[in-house]
Structures are given as structure tokens and as C-alpha cells.
Design a protein. Structure first.
Length: 374
């Protein structure tokens, strides 16, 4: 492969440099000192920096410290082979935090040798895949909740009633057993009651909601209760428009997410931080199941924490019912989050690695201007 900056194709074919610059995936070339010598237009957008300015930096200055990309470049230089790596975070504060990409790194056969890096953002495909997974998880919970409500609560009432009738005629130790039966049936009924919310398929009562007001309210709840002692900071976009939503349900969503984040930090020694962020992210469009309509989801709300992270094996099933890492947890909180966001026409996803977990909610914005009620 030849140096992109010097090569010119015959005019009757095409301009290779112009062609490479027009590629949709970010592309960088670096020299043997690690300095960037080429960046296409997509790379300028990805790193939010012009190509002229990027060429003043080394690769190590535009990706996170100790990024796997740096070791991949070294490996390619040593072996001369092309290497593919998947799900690598190359995000920095400059590029808006977490940016997960698939990488292709290859040598450019020239003198002096240089390295070509192609970054393939995988957010679109993964958001679509996770959206469908979370919707299916929510539907499975709905069916299970209906079955539990109708098939379990009635027999439990009979069991509890029978135990109460037996109790007066029994001695002390036997009475303790009947009380145990009553307590356990009450506990099961409470669990079923919590599950019944998943079977509620009525349309959500929507109104214009200021998401920052919701987040501030939830932050106050956390600071006075389950998140006491945990640092919670904000990175808000003040220009964000209101969202059509049910305020109480959004509060429930963020209480669940903040509670999980706070508990993760507390279990890790309490030295971490929770960051609430909001942003406008144009360009995210999804085709909804059973419809030809494509919905834009530009409103992004995130809960970041610097806890120990979530085990990789749990990530694909995180929004399924009864999936939890807590010894006393029921595994319903995130399933409820998935259902509520689904009912609002949005999606929720999780990206996690050691020291950084992000729950990201993407919500639709209505085409017509929203006048928020005061």
C-alpha cells in the first residue's frame, strides 16, 4: 500500500485521497514515531478536531491513556500482520466520553513504514440489537407477570387462610410454623404485586417533562437516602427540550439506576462518583417493530458510575427479569427500567468496563414544538 498523501490516480480513474477522505469510517495513518500523518473527514468528525490539528498530535494524545489501540499498533509493527479488535473504547472527554469501536490496524508497505487504523463505530448496530433484546425481555416479563397474578395469588390466599384457621388449635411450636407459612405467603404475594406492574399495557399518560428537574429530584432522593455519602455530579445540556413522558415513571427509572450505581460504589469502598449527563445526539434513527416509521431518538440521558463494573457474562441479560449480582436482589429493577423506556418509545443500553459503567437512555423528540406546563 502506498502513502495516501502522495499518491494520485490518473484523472480518468479517481482521486484516491478524495475517495479515502469520503469513507464513512474514521481512518488514521501514523508514522513510526506515533505521529498522525493522515486523517479523513470521518476522523475529523469522530475526534471533533480538524485534520490539520490532528497531525500535530501523537496517537497516544488523542486516545485514552493505556488504550488497547496503542498496544495493537505496537503489535502490528512487530509482526507486520493485520489485526482486528472488537469493542474497544477510544473515547476521551474531548469526544464526549465513551466511544466504543471495532478496530482494524494494518501496516502500510512503504519507506518509512507507517500504520493504518480504521475505526468502525459499532453503536448503531448494537443499539438496534439491544433495543430488540430489551423489548423481548420486557414482553417476556409481561407474560410471566400475568401468569403469576392469575395462577399464583389465588392459591396463596387459600394457603394463608388455611394456616390462620389451624393456628388457634396448635401448640406453641406448631403455631410458629403456621406463622411462618403466613409470612412466606405474604412475601410471595408482595413479589407478585411487584411483578404485576409489567402486565400493565395501558397507554402511558404523557406530558412535557423537564428531564433536569427529574434528575435533580432523584439526586435529592439519593443524597438523603441510599446514596448518602456518594458524590453525584451533573453534566447537563441546558438547551435540551422537554420530553413527552410520564414524570413519575421517569423518576422510577432514574431512582433504580442511581440506586444500582450507588450500591456498586459503596460495595467498592465508597470512593467512586456518579455522573448524570444529558445531551442532544442527532442521527440516531430506528425502525420500530411492526411499523414502517423510522423514529429519531436524539435525547440522551446517562447515568455513569466509577464502580467496579458489571461482569461481561451478565451484560447480554442485564435487562432480563431475575438477573442480579446482589445477594438479596430480586432482579426486577432493570427489567422495569426496560419496560418503562419501551413504553415511552425509547431504548436503554448499558456499557461497562472496570471503573466505568454507563446506562444510556435514548428518547424520541416529537416533531412539533413542546410547550412545557408550569
Amino acid at each position: 500500500m502506498v502513502r495516501l498523501a502522495k499518491f494520485r490516480a490518473p484523472r480518468d480513474l479517481f482521486d484516491v485521497e478524495a475517495l479515502v477522505s469520503a469513507l464513512p469510517d474514521p481512518l488514521l495513518a501514523i508514522d513510526d514515531m506515533g505521529t498522525i500523518i493522515f486523517a479523513n473527514v470521518a476522523a475529523e468528525g469522530f475526534f471533533q478536531t480538524s485534520a490539520t490539528l490532528l497531525k500535530r498530535f501523537r496517537l497516544s494524545e488523542v486516545v485514552p491513556f493505556a488504550s488497547p489501540l496503542l498496544s495493537l499498533v505496537d503489535q502490528v509493527r512487530q509482526t507486520g500482520s493485520t489485526i482486528h479488535e472488537y469493542a474497544v473504547d477510544v473515547g476521551t472527554p474531548r469526544t464526549g466520553g465513551e466511544r466504543v469501536v471495532d478496530l482494524q490496524v494494518a501496516m502500510l508497505t512503504e519507506d518509512p513504514p507507517s500504520v493504518l487504523i480504521v475505526l468502525q463505530p459499532r453503536s448503531m448496530a448494537h443499539k438496534i440489537d439491544r433495543q430488540l433484546t430489551h423489548r423481548n425481555a420486557a414482553r417476556s416479563v409481561t407474560g410471566m407477570a400475568s401468569m403469576l397474578a392469575h395462577e399464583i395469588k389465588n392459591p396463596l390466599s387459600g394457603i394463608r387462610g388455611a394456616a390462620q384457621l389451624l393456628e388457634p388449635a396448635l401448640s406453641g411450636e406448631d403455631r410458629a410454623l403456621t406463622r411462618l407459612i403466613c409470612e412466606e405467603t405474604d412475601r410471595i404475594c408482595t413479589l407478585v404485586d411487584q411483578m404485576e406492574v409489567f402486565s400493565d399495557e395501558r397507554p402511558v399518560d404523557l406530558s412535557p417533562v423537564n428531564i433536569h428537574s427529574v434528575l435533580d429530584h432523584v439526586k435529592a432522593i439519593a443524597a438523603s437516602g441510599f446514596g448518602r455519602g456518594v458524590k453525584i455530579s451533573e453534566e447537563y445540556d441546558p438547551s435540551l427540550p422537554p420530553v413527552m413522558a410520564n414524570r413519575d415513571q421517569l423518576i422510577q427509572v432514574f431512582v433504580n439506576l442511581l440506586k444500582n450505581a450507588a450500591e456498586a460504589i459503596q460495595d467498592d469502598g465508597g470512593r467512586g462518583e456518579i455522573i448524570l449527563s444529558t445531551a442532544f445526539r442527532p442521527g440516531m434513527r430506528l425502525k420500530m417493530p411492526g411499523s414502517t416509521e423510522r423514529v429519531t431518538l436524539p435525547l440522551e440521558y446517562c447515568v455513569h458510575d466509577t464502580g467496579p463494573g458489571i461482569p461481561d457474562e451478565l451484560i447480554p441479560h442485564l435487562f432480563d427479569p431475575f438477573v442480579t449480582t446482589k445477594p438479596s436482589g430480586k432482579g426486577l429493577g432493570l427489567a422495569l427500567v426496560a419496560k418503562i423506556i419501551r413504553d415511552h418509545g425509547g431504548i436503554v443500553e448499558c456499557n461497562s468496563q472496570e471503573g466505568r459503567t454507563t446506562f444510556r437512555i435514548l428518547m424520541p423528540m416529537h416533531a412539533q414544538p413542546i410547550i412545557e406546563e408550569i
